[in-house]
Design a protein around this ligand. Structure first.
Ligand SMILES: *Cc1c(COP(=O)(O)O)cnc(C)c1O
Length: 427
């Protein structure tokens, strides 16, 4: 396809997509040549979504400087330490000079074997550790890089809105276009596949889904995954399931792995992470598993960008996946208790909320008359409480805030009391 034809094709594709925030300037400017100066950044940087917290960050800094005690319910980053047996195994492994050299790019085989037996043990899923698993420097890295494997300029990815930002920025970095699948309360925050126009589906390469879901806390039933697989087969789409919260579930609920569903391995892969399960966000360790061609493509792109994960960290990962799992049960109990405190507290203030069965988030609607950013600013100014405005996760996140469960119970209690004292209610 010639450049001009490609330009028209992209413009056409754009018109059919929903207004998806920033981006159109970069695409229509595809053929504009010339730069303002040597430091002018590439379009892919100019096209990054605006940083929506800037204003709130300033307010936080100002409040802190004035001595206000801020309660931060904005961060999706476990506050408790990594279990000590995992830390110890890193300490030991780091002393072995063999770990000091370049690691095996696609991940050391014993780590991938530990992942395979974890899947077998916890989900009854069989995987070949050699060809169906690749180690990632945290799953975010893989989620951002997968588009480089399959997306050419002008191709479409289907992404959830609200959703984790790496899906859409990875798409944009590859020159692709995000078609946003709204996650609406009326649909239990599942995308409505039948609402995706036929011509969009035909041009789509990847579909990102994420359950248990950040930011909505929603979960997906087996039928949903079955529908996704049928849809993916019909339109030749690769499914990328983000399962970062598969172990953060409450009261006996056990989230499904996408790979448990019949036919999943033919159409897609699952991204996974040790970050939330074992309080290891700082360690940067995750994996992708599933379809061997997709895994091979991802490993190939990665081998040209990074050189894998520090082997000592992979040894610690083996310890995490294969060692005692009491810490996982304790983590679930902890978040359950915090979830109940947040839900009970908000209910007393007029919110009607269902109890999320998984994740470390409560997704709460904002009272009428406020945008999500305005309401977050109000909570900060009136109560010193930080929450994340839903608009940060996409246009369909507007009218919600995300409350994270990553602070001690005492602080959650304080936060609810402060909201009450400030007269903040849902109405
Ligand atoms: C936390 C999180 C991840 C995990 O990211 P890592 O890079 O593995 O730390 C992935 N997806 C979502 C939706 C998350 O919230």
């Amino acid at each position: 396809m010639g450049l001009h034809a490609r330009y028209l094709c992209i413009k056409e594709a754009w018109k059919r997509l929903q207004p998806a925030g920033p981006g159109i300037r970069g695409l229509t400017g595809w053929l504009q040549l010339g730069r303002d100066g040597p430091m002018q950044t590439a379009r892919r940087i100019q096209e990054l979504p605006p940083y929506l917290f800037a204003e709130i960050d300033q307010k936080i800094a100002k409040a802190k400087a004035a001595g206000v005690d801020i309660i931060n319910l904005g961060m999706g980053d476990p506050d408790r330490p990594t279990p000590s047996h995992i830390v110890k195994s890193l300490q030991l492994a780091a002393k072995d000079p063999k770990t000091h050299r370049y690691p095996v790019y696609e991940g050391m085989l014993p780590f991938r074997e530990a992942v395979a037996s974890w899947y077998e043990r916890t989900r009854g899923v069989e995987l070949d550790p050699v060809s169906e698993i690749v180690t990632l420097i945290g799953s975010k890295e893989g989620l951002a890089h997968i588009s480089l494997c399959y997306v050419d300029p002008g191709d479409i990815n289907l992404i959830p809105d609200p959703g984790y930002p790496a899906y859409s920025t990875g798409t944009m970095f590859a020159g692709g276009i995000s078609y946003r699948m709204p996650l609406l309360k009326a649909n239990h925050f599942l995308p409505d596949l039948s609402a995706i126009p036929d011509d969009v589906a035909k041009q789509a390469r990847l579909m990102f889904i994420n359950y248990p879901n950040n930011p909505t806390g929603a979960i997906a039933p087996r039928e949903f995954y079955e529908d996704v697989i049928t849809f993916a087969r019909e339109y030749d789409i690769i499914v990328c399931h983000d399962a970062a919260y598969s172990e953060v579930a409450f009261e006996g609920y056990r989230p499904l792995s996408f790979l448990e569903i019949e036919g999943a391995k033919e159409v897609g892969i699952e991204f996974h992470s040790l970050s939330k399960t074992y309080n290891m966000t700082g360690w940067r360790l995750g994996w992708a598993a599933g379809n061997r061609e997709v895994i091979e493509a991802l490993a190939r792109v990665k081998s040209n960008i990074d050189s894998g994960v520090f082997s000592a960290i992979q040894y610690a990962g083996i310890q995490a996946l294969s060692g005692p799992q009491d810490s996982v049960a304790a983590m679930q109990e902890l978040y359950l208790e915090r979830r109940n405190m947040v839900i009970n507290g908000l209910q007393q203030l007029g919110w009607e909320l269902e109890r999320p069965q998984a994740t470390i988030y409560v997704w709460a609607p904002v009272p009428e008359g406020y945008t999500s950013t305005e309401f977050a600013a109000l909570l900060l100014e009136e109560a010193g409480v930080v929450v994340t405005p839903g608009i940060s996760y996409g246009q369909y996140g507007e009218n919600y805030i995300r409350i994270s469960l990553c602070v001690e119970q005492e602080r959650i209690k304080d936060a609810v009391e402060r909201l009450r004292d400030a007269g903040i209610r849902y109405c």
